[in-house]
Design a protein around this ligand. Structure first.
Ligand SMILES: C[S@@+](CC[C@H](N)C(=O)[O-])C[C@H]1O[C@@H](n2cnc3c(N)ncnc32)[C@H](O)[C@@H]1O
Length: 240
């Protein structure tokens, strides 16, 4: 199903995340051995480092990156946007449970390809583990660049095809064999956790995604590999 495009992909992705939402956080922690929390903190720090003001987390899901952004000293307020009410209701429960977040973090329903915000609204924008699920990645990056003010930063954290080698072979075995089994046992969802590694195979290389950032007009574009090379943290700035 990773080969789907356009509305078919949007529908498939929406139904899949609605089904797995109750076990989404648990599965992330199991699959990454808890490392995704650290990757998200690094992403938030890199995003919030440049300027003081509000930040946006696109396709926020259950809100991990929105909360990590809110913990950055430069970030005054965070908006998390997601297509799915099922994910946002978990994010809102977590917001209510965290004493620090009620004033600073807000969640709204919306489409990453048509962000419901005026140009130049935020000092930074993040998107975590969501680009693979978008029907149009260049439009998603252009939208993030549009709503970030000059001098602000766009970052994305995403699973990425690994360069060939021993780590890549081990990674493929883990993602294609172990993760679907985990998904079946923990979330009762082998299909969704088979889609996950397939969607990485269909996704842009890290260099290819950096080119998409540049084509969206971002400057000083680069990326860092995390998680033994299977995760890429991309960044790019709006010219000041
Ligand atoms: C794998 S989850 C990532 C959630 C969160 N960012 C994280 O890092 O844990 C992907 C999220 O993307 C959302 N999503 C997919 N397509 C979207 C779109 N076009 N607009 C907004 N959200 C979208 C899904 O609803 C889901 O919550």
């Amino acid at each position: 199903m990773a080969h789907l495009s356009g509305d078919d992909k949007r529908r498939y992705v929406a139904e899949m995340f609605a089904r797995i939402s109750p076990r989404y956080d648990l599965m992330n922690s199991l699959m990454t051995g808890g490392m995704h929390h650290r990757w998200k903190r690094v992403t938030a720090d890199l995003t919030g480092r440049n300027a003081v003001g509000p930040a946006l987390d696109v396709a926020t899901g259950t809100g991990d990156l929105a909360f990590a952004l809110a913990d950055c000293s430069n970030v005054t307020e965070v908006v998390g946007v997601d297509l799915l009410p099922e994910m946002l209701s978990i994010a809102n429960r977590r917001r209510a449970a965290g004493s620090n977040y009620a004033q600073t973090v807000h969640f709204v329903q919306g489409d990453a390809l048509r962000l419901p915000f005026p140009d130049d609204s935020f000092v930074g924008a993040t998107a975590g583990f969501s680009l693979r699920n978008m029907p149009d990645v260049p439009s998603a990056i252009r939208e993030m660049a549009r709503v970030v003010a000059p001098g602000g930063r766009v970052t994305t954290l995403e699973l990425t095809p690994m360069p060939p080698g021993i780590a890549s072979s081990m990674g493929r075995f883990y993602f294609h064999r172990v993760v679907p089994l985990m998904g079946q046992l923990v979330a009762g969802e082998r299909t969704a956790y088979t889609y996950l590694p397939d969607s990485v195979d269909y996704f842009l290389t890290a260099d290819g995604l950096a080119d998409v950032f540049r084509q969206a007009g971002l400057i000083d574009v680069g990326y860092r590999r995390l998680g033994f090379g299977g995760v890429a943290l991309h960044f790019g700035d709006r010219a000041a």
